[in-house]
Design a protein around this ligand. Sequence first.
Ligand SMILES: Nc1ncnc2c1ncn2[C@@H]1O[C@H](COP(=O)(O)OP(=O)(O)OP(=O)(O)O)[C@@H](O)[C@H]1O
Ligand SMILES: [Mg+2]
Length: 466
Amino acid sequence: MPLGFFDINTSGRIRKIIDDNASITHTFLAHQLPDLSGTFLVPIAAIILIFTFDWQLGLACIIPVIIAALIMSYTMNTKGQEFMRLYMNSFEEMNTEAVEYVRGIPVVKVFQQTIYSFKNFHKSIMNYNKMVYSYTMMWEKPMSFYTIIINSFVFFLAPLAILLIGNNDNYASVLLNFFLFVLITPVFSQSVMKSMYLNQALGQAKEAIGRLENLTGYETLAKAQNPTPIQDFSIQFEQVSFRYPGATQNAIDKICFSIPQGQTVALVGASGSGKTTIARLVPRFWKVTEGQVSIGGINVRDIDPKELMKHISFVFQNTRLFKTTLLENIKYGNANATLQEVERAVDLAQCREIIDRLPLGLDTKIGTEGTYLSGGEQQRIVLARALLKNAPIIVLDEATAFADPENEHLIRLTLKELTKGKTILMIAHRLSNITDVDRILVIDKGGIAEQGTHNELINRKGMDVE
Ligand SMILES: Nc1ncnc2c1ncn2[C@@H]1O[C@H](COP(=O)(O)OP(=O)(O)OP(=O)(O)O)[C@@H](O)[C@H]1O
Ligand SMILES: [Mg+2]
């Protein structure tokens, strides 16, 4: 999947599709499919048995079975499938909304709202409720009729048996057959019941597989046909436009710029102007809509994804630490790093004071026993992770946004030290923060409004990005 896939598909939704639908398919294959043979074989054996004993009584038994089967097949096939689809749709929607609601509970409480303020969640519950209710009501008459018929073999058998006894000298044998039949016939109702549940399970399993296939059928990033190794770590954007799936206008439009190897370019601009979008196109989060993004003159599409990821370090705007030790969190950047290298990255990213404060140092687990880090602290740990990777291209999306002025200053010094010889695309929110980069691009509404060095931009007094 392109990395951007995880932007659109919420984690709750992906988890639910994989988890629930795999379990539905599993239940069908492992438990219900083996039942299928029994469901078919038992009634066939019973029919052979009763016709061998007495074909007339046998015929009387078959009548209710046929009527019941007709009722079932009518309701199951026409409305059943359609209902199953709607049912699973609304179930999925209710689930997704529930996750959203649970996540939002703090906000709901602070603003003293109730569940009714979560209109979508409430609506999805009512929707589900309405559908299940109407489906149940639809079954009211056929199901009652069916239950009566399938349990009334004696009603069909008894008159015939009386008739037969009257016309037959050997009434003892007719009577014995009659009792035998009364004992055997419940097999039919059980089988029809079972096949009904099976049919329902089959419908569910079909739907589930469809949903899984939808997920796995999402357009993956095309693999490079003849992957070209990267030789030079410059970055070029040529007439790059990009539109988010479903959006009505381009998030960025005809962007052109390049960063020679070893230089630093900073993007500044208003919120929503497209800075993050530009940065994300370098590690190929998305397929560009137009133009091309290249590294060392090679279109990123023609670079093997693994090779691409190996050479780019990315600090996201919304950082993420895993619920494990700090050491492991940092080592995500480079699993083979020695402890010394980790310590160095910690120092460079100004994380030393955070780690010294924790009882177990680098071995402290995040998120357990009250060990939580502030946004700025997390950002610095993530920075250490990115530094440890030591990739030739570094993309920093507001890496210092959460830092206090003092730390920000230290981090900038570090970055300067560390990024020597590396190609850097960084996003900053204040022009004053980035006095020492090679070039600054001012992004406005998806395009480049101005560019130049810090001094040039200050002297020109163009857009107000201070
Ligand atoms: N996943 C997405 N799907 C659809 N539209 C998006 C998505 N992410 C961003 N956008 C839109 O693209 C535009 C550019 O967003 P982008 O995140 O690149 O802005 P930004 O310059 O990084 O802003 P900020 O300074 O607030 O981080 C915005 O108008 C935003 O609404
Ligand atoms: Mg952004």
